[in-house]
Design a protein around this ligand. Structure first.
Ligand code: ADP
Ligand code: MG
Length: 493
């Protein structure tokens, strides 16, 4: 019965998945993250979400004449943490002005990085083993936020008036640009999930897509393998990881339909409408901006010293990949197994180690945490020693797997407790082996055909016998004990 390998399913099919008709999907992601600094990128105003509009502003934020930017050292350090976590080269770099007019950008330019970004040429290895190149991860400032009031869509067209909040203007961002190495929507979701976990772990950003501290734009194209990449469309307004997958799949189908009916893809920016489940044109390449980039004259070159880079590297915590490795070493499960991926994603790996340290069975601990602790967060309320005690009772055959699940549910409901007391209260007294032996004999007598097949080496036939024993014992018999008794009888002939 309780086969630990049953949980050993991979999260995604890695490698290239060809779309029907021989098409291949090609995706590159541009991810903006707001850095978790106390103040803005070039001024001392607070970097804080949710304050009263226009309360976190100053002459630099508003671009008033004569105001000069001063680079935030913590922002640089957090950007370096991101670069190192993504295996980038950290290099001497400069800032550029990216010129365009938009009402929520008071200077009429954004200070960004252009041909010399801080972090370049990295990569990210996903839990499934897929490697996605990271072209660059550069520093830039965020814009303010406009709210268009009146009109149906919340867009500027048709609105009665617009409000502008400059609190977000000048908030430090890192833009992480992937190479077009992603081949399925599942890989795209996996990339963003892993990236988000890394950003949280290294303390660079809270990376909340719903609050906009992490924003993902997807570049999508299709082509036939062996031919050059197709023309791409960039999809904006993707507000969740689920929406990202839907938007990519929709867009790929849209492009294939156009090409299949003799049309051509225009390079354009498209808007994802999650309610309608479709993308529509936002702007085409013809009206693409000419940003007239030039080096920012008010800032000097940024050249992190090797000592600084090494001290940042030394301060990085274990990344999710290392945490998966450690759980794999503890349990013998594959690093790609769903249980390990899910538990690390929830930040509950430390708890599983604590259960093992308290004398618990690591594999049972991992599986219980995966299955019963979805709502518990990174520090489950059930004391590690309680879960450890439960796994030992299972190991010793004092409770069956079914009973253990019920005890576990009670532990989670009550935030802990003594599992043997819970077992006693539920009437889960240990079923002794001789009682189980009798039940096995009765089950064999009731289904001699299944027993004969099992004895002839047909392992699947065991299920019928085990099922009868479980029914007769109302789930109290330990599956492992049942299996051992059956094997013993078989080899005894
Ligand atoms: P731009 O300079 O116009 O922003 P980039 O070359 O920097 O273009 O690419 C931006 C993003 O688009 C990157 O994430 C990259 O991986 C992705 N990308 C580039 N070409 C393609 C393509 N043919 N299909 C899908 N994504 C692409
Ligand atoms: Mg680009």
């Amino acid at each position: 019965m309780s086969n630990p390998n049953a949980h050993l399913s991979t999260v995604v099919a890695s490698g290239d998945e060809l779309l029907a008709g021989g098409w291949e999907l090609v995706v590159g992601l541009e991810v903006h993250v707001e850095l978790a600094t106390r103040t803005k990128l070039f001024s001392g105003s607070p970097n804080r979400f949710g304050d009263a509009p226009n309360s976190n502003i100053d002459p630099v934020t508003l671009g008033l004449p004569g105001a000069l930017p001063v680079l935030n050292r913590t922002a640089v350090e957090l950007a370096m943490r991101i670069g190192l976590a993504l295996n980038c080269r950290i290099q001497p770099c400069i800032f550029h002005r990216k010129n365009y007019f938009y009402p929520d950008m008071p200077k009429a330019y954004q200070i960004s990085q252009y041909d010399l970004p801080l972090n370049a040429d990295g990569h990210l290895v996903l839990p499934s083993g897929t490697v996605v190149g990271v072209e660059r991860a550069h520093l830039e400032e965020d814009t303010g936020k406009s709210t268009h009031v009146g009109g149906a869509t919340g867009r500027i067209h048709g609105s009665d008036y617009s409000l502008i909040d400059f609190n977000r203007a000048g908030v430090p961002l890192v833009e992480i640009v992937s190479r077009p190495d992603i081949r399925t929507s599942e890989q795209a979701r996996e990339y963003v999930t892993e990236l988000r976990a890394i950003l949280e772990v290294i303390g660079a950003s809270d990376a909340k897509m719903e609050e906009g501290s992490m924003r993902v734009d997807a570049n999508v194209s299709v082509h036939k393998p062996g031919t050059p990449f197709g023309t791409r469309c960039e999809i904006k307004n993707v507000n969740s990881i689920r929406a990202l997958g839907r938007a990519i799949d929709y867009e790929a189908r849209r492009q294939i339909d156009i090409i299949d009916t003799g049309g051509e893809i225009r390079q354009e920016t498209r808007h994802w409408d999650d309610a309608q489940g479709r993308t529509h044109t936002l702007r085409t390449k013809e009206d693409a901006d000419d940003y007239r980039y030039f080096p920012e004259p008010d800032l000097v070159r940024l050249e992190p010293t090797p000592d600084w880079i090494e001290s940042v590297r030394a301060s990085l915590p274990a990344l999710p990949a290392a945490r998966r490795e450690a759980l794999s070493a503890l349990t013998g499960y594959d690093t790609r197994s769903e249980a390990i991926v899910v538990v690390v994603e929830r930040g509950q790996h430390g708890y599983v180690h604590a259960v093992a340290d308290a004398g618990g069975d690591p594999v049972r601990a991992l599986v219980h945490v995966q299955q019963a602790f979805a709502e518990e967060g990174s520090t489950p309320r059930v004391p590690a020693s309680d879960l450890a005690a439960l796994t030992v009772m299972e190991q010793d055959g004092k409770v069956s797997a079914t009973q253990a699940k019920q005890i576990l549910a009670t532990l989670v409901d009550n935030g802990g407790g003594d599992p043997s007391a819970i077992a006693a209260a539920k009437g889960f007294e240990a079923m002794d082996t001789s009682a189980i032996e009798t039940m096995v004999a009765e089950a064999i007598a009731a289904d001699p055909d299944a027993w004969a097949k099992y004895c002839a080496g047909e392992e699947k036939a065991a299920g019928a016998i085990v099922g009868r024993v479980m029914k007769a014992s109302k789930g109290k018999a330990d599956g492992k004990v049942v299996a051992a008794i059956m094997q013993g009888r078989r080899s005894a002939g």
